[in-house]
Unconditional design. Structure first.
Length: 336
């Protein structure tokens, strides 16, 4: 029996991940979120805790469990973090540090390395100008790491913190020489779910546009038509997390991996959405702060390392994501 912790379980990734974990044999899932889980999600898990991941008392209670895997999804996303940078730092950095230390202590106690799955982001990249962004194209894990947002800074730091604690601090702790902590991170592009709408992110224009159109509502997009970042359908995001968690440690040549599926401009997304849901109007009203964030993120990432080391490949390109996942599922969600 594996005991798995999912923090931020009420968020978009959490919703889909909990369904996938519920289908796994021999898996006891404990969740943590600031808000109680809805009835449907509650029925999928063993124990649903309500609390703040950055609260040491909450972490002390969690620590009584012998977790084998932790999916640390709780975070303030990019737009929310710009509105409240101090809170973002507290949750995104201190919350992660507290959980990493907890995971390490559990690994020491149980003699089994705790796998710590960390969703990082394309927000760790920082392009100095649009020209630099266009010239850079698909960036590797190791270049352009000059984030311009609090969220990006928090995430790139936590990638390094988790790697440090696994590679140095983590392995020194068990008498038997067993590694206590096995940190693995994925740099997610914008994720698009057919069943939930995100809040507080800057890649939100794509899912907002699709969900608005599916309800017959017009949409004013908060970035320019030429804005381009990579995106991915949510089932691929969850698949990537589970595949990276399952990958044999000896196959992994790095702790942090880029992943991607497709990289359309806002206008290319709008064209597909307008065709799928005719009659809605999509206009552009760029928001200066959010546009600057998108301009600072890369146009695409190079995910060759993930493909090579653990066989990453997305199931959904843009066409398939819309035709076989987003349009049919969203139409059902909104009843027609
Ligand atoms: C955000 O927009 O903040 C997130 C992300 C790309 O990490 N969706």
């Amino acid at each position: 029996m594996q005991t798995v912790l999912v923090t931020g379980a009420n968020g978009e990734i959490g919703h889909s991940l909990l369904h996938a974990l519920a289908a796994r044999e021999g898996c006891r899932v404990i969740t943590l979120d600031l808000a109680p889980l809805g009835d449907e999600l509650r029925s999928l898990v063993h124990d649903a805790r309500v609390g703040d991941v950055s609260d040491p008392a909450v972490v002390a209670e969690l620590e009584k469990n012998d977790f084998t895997e932790i999916y640390h999804l709780a975070a303030l996303l990019s737009t929310s973090s710009e509105k409240n940078p101090e809170r973002a730092h507290h949750v995104n950095v201190n919350g992660t540090m507290g959980l990493l230390l907890m995971a390490r202590r559990i690994g020491v106690r149980t003699g089994t390395a705790v796998k710590f799955l960390f969703p990082s982001t394309i927000a760790v990249f920082g392009m100095g100008s649009l020209d630099e962004k266009n010239r850079a194209g698909a960036v590797t894990e190791f270049s352009h790491l000059q984030p311009t947002t609090m969220y990006g800074i928090n995430k790139v730091y936590c990638e390094q913190l988790g790697s440090y604690m696994s590679d140095r601090f983590g392995q020194l702790t068990n008498e038997a020489g067993v590694k206590a902590l096995d940190f693995r991170a994925l740099r997610f592009p914008g994720l698009i779910s057919a069943t939930t709408v995100p809040t507080g992110g800057t890649s939100d224009y794509a899912p907002e546009m699709i969900h608005a159109a599916a309800q017959g509502k017009d949409y004013a997009c908060f970035v320019r038509p030429d804005a381009r970042i990579p995106f991915m359908a949510m089932p691929d995001g969850v698949k990537a997390l589970l595949d990276l968690a399952a990958a044999p440690a000896e196959k992994l040549t790095q702790r942090v991996y880029n992943i991607r599926a497709f990289s359309p401009s806002a206008e290319e997304i709008a064209t597909v959405v307008a065709k799928a849901f005719p009659g809605v109007s999509i206009t552009y009203a760029p928001h200066p702060v959010r546009q600057a964030i998108i301009d600072s993120w890369c146009a695409d990432v190079d995910d060759a390392a993930a493909r090579r080391d653990w066989g990453w490949t997305p199931d959904y390109d843009m066409q398939r994501a819309f035709d076989e996942y987003l349009i049919p599922t969203i139409a059902r969600v909104y009843g027609g």
